[in-house]
Design a binder for this molecule. Structure first.
Ligand code: SAH
Length: 489
């Protein structure tokens, strides 16, 4: 094989035939692969080589020769510079096809599942009705423009410079009013923005959360210090904005890119907003009369796309196939969102989560909903589950699971956790995943350990981005298959 065949800055004409994991277009010329930023599958384009390697190169779109029929004008004017929405230039239908395909390909390549098997278990991806304005949480960094005025926006790529933007099309329209109030106040009172490079200045970020249920808004200012000058005046201005019900200040004096610091001070309202997640009927078309309510603080982990979360959790609940008699374990339970959903239909639910504050939230949320059949443990799933399994009286107190639900972070489940799940042999395992590569790895382990993959359903929680969520059902090979989800049978 020859050494690199292209040079930096060289312009090459290529047809984009696929999209990679990061959302870049893939083009091929004589077996040499190009990963092209801002190109869309179906484009014929001139691309500029930015980083040549031996057998492949990174490139960016220079000139569109023939635009793809899947291409659309990105609705957000700064989509390209911001980079948060890798797929905005792709039609939504094509985005869904790309995501479903990504899950399918990972299960095939990394999980070793055959085409035949996948045809049998793979369900159509659940798309969103609102592909924009879906996020209930926004975190805007605060900086200054060239005239030293405070601005809100997004970090450009991996840099410290802020692209001014007071409206992200994925977030709530109200964010703009909140931001402009804060920026106007900072300007009027000469309150400085934080400067990442020098570590000086005060206001670092503004975090805004919105309740889907009642539209209430929570505002949290993250500052490099403990106090904001003229705080009560600021509270007064923010509280005049319709629906702002609580304001807090978070102190973060560390030189870090972690947004929130440890210290929280509530300066208006309760520090929480209330939201609820409605439970769909099995057909995912209409809501049942049940919902679960949650108290959310600035620090709580809470799914960012509330309308799609209702579909995701309803599918998980439906796959769990509960009749009211079951004991269910919900591993990686966070603030108990899925656990409390399950508790509406199970005999008993046990939730396990590593973050103690999340478990405090989970317990409070159980109370809020009058749910008494859910118990929560703080700990690592891979330690709590095995130690429970090894305890002598395990079976006597009815803790043995009929169903285990897992919703791990991107790295997937720990091997010890999977091994114990296999030993415990629940009838069904429901796997909720935000990373189809680790999902594929874990499904293979579970299938080799005695489970049949029965359903895989991708759900689009993060429209415009390359991320995709999936819900899977595994059934123990010793259990005759049951009808568990009317939508698909
Ligand atoms: N099911 C929840 C949270 C999912 S996110 C929801 O949908 O809201 C994954 C969760 O796993 C996070 O809350 C994280 O804190 C937790 N976690 C990460 N590693 C863990 C481990 N080893 N054991 C238990 N929980 C863990």
């Amino acid at each position: 094989m020859s050494d690199r065949i292209y040079n930096k800055n060289q312009i090459v004409r290529t047809e984009i035939t696929d999209i990679n994991e990061e959302g870049n277009g893939i083009g091929k010329t004589d077996g040499y692969t190009l990963f092209v930023k801002d190109a869309v599958v179906g484009d014929i384009a001139d691309v500029r080589i930015t980083k040549p390697k031996k057998n492949y190169a990174f490139a960016r779109l220079e000139k569109l020769i023939e635009p793809s029929s899947y291409r659309r004008e990105a609705p957000c004017p700064i989509a390209r510079a911001c980079g948060g929405c890798q797929l905005q230039s792709l039609t939504y239908v094509k985005q869904l096809e790309y995501k479903a395909n990504k899950v399918r390909m990972n299960l095939k390549r990394l999980g070793g599942f055959s085409e035949e098997e996948l045809n049998r278990v793979f369900l159509p991806i659940v798309g969103a009705d609102n592909e924009f304005r879906y996020r209930n949480k926004a975190q805007f960094p605060i900086g200054k423009d060239k005239d030293e005025n405070p601005v809100a926006g997004f970090y450009a790529g991996r840099t410290h410079s802020i692209i001014p933007c007071d409206d992200c099309l994925l977030g709530a329209e109200e964010n703009r009013i909140v931001l402009n109030t804060i920026l106007g106040f900072m300007k009027k009172k000469d309150i400085p923005s934080y400067d990442e490079e020098s570590g000086c200045g005060l206001v670092r970020h503004v975090l805004i959360r919105k309740s889907r249920e009642n539209g209430d808004l929570m505002v949290c200012l993250i500052i490099n210090g403990d106090n904001i000058p003229f705080e009560s005046e600021l509270v007064h201005e923010l509280s005049k904005i319709k629906k702002v019900t609580t304001v807090s200040v978070n102190s973060n004096t560390e030189r870090t890119n972690v947004i929130l610091g440890d210290k929280m001070r509530i300066i208006y309202g309760s520090g929480r907003i209330i939201d609820s997640i409605r439970i769909y009927e099995d057909d995912l078309k209409s809501f049942s009369d049940r919902k679960v309510s949650f108290g959310i603080s600035a620090k709580s982990f809470y799914q960012v796309n509330p309308l799609q979360t209702e579909k995701l959790y309803s599918l998980a609940l439906s796959f769990a196939g509960l009749t009211g008699k079951e004991t269910v374990w919900d591993l990686y339970c966070g603030i108990g969102t899925i656990s409390l959903f399950l508790a509406t239909k199970a005999r008993k639910v046990y939730g396990v989560e590593i973050v103690p504050e999340a478990i405090e939230d989970a317990k409070e949320n159980a109370k809020r909903n009058g749910i008494e059949n859910a118990t929560f443990y703080v700990g690592k799933a891979e330690e709590v589950l095995p130690s429970f399994y090894e305890s002598v009286c395990a079976d006597e107190d009815g803790k043995h699971p009929d169903v285990i639900v897992v919703d791990p972070p991107r790295k997937g489940c720990d091997e010890a956790c999977l091994a114990t799940m296999i030993k415990m042999a629940p009838e069904r395992i429901v796997y909720v995943s935000c990373d189809s590569a680790t999902l594929a790895r874990d499904l293979r382990i579970l299938c080799d350990g005695g489970y049949n993959l029965s359903k895989v359903c991708p759900v689009d929680q993060f429209c415009q981005t390359v991320h995709v969520e999936s819900v899977c059902l595994l059934v123990n090979q010793n259990v005759k298959s049951k009808t568990v989800c009317k939508r698909w049978n």
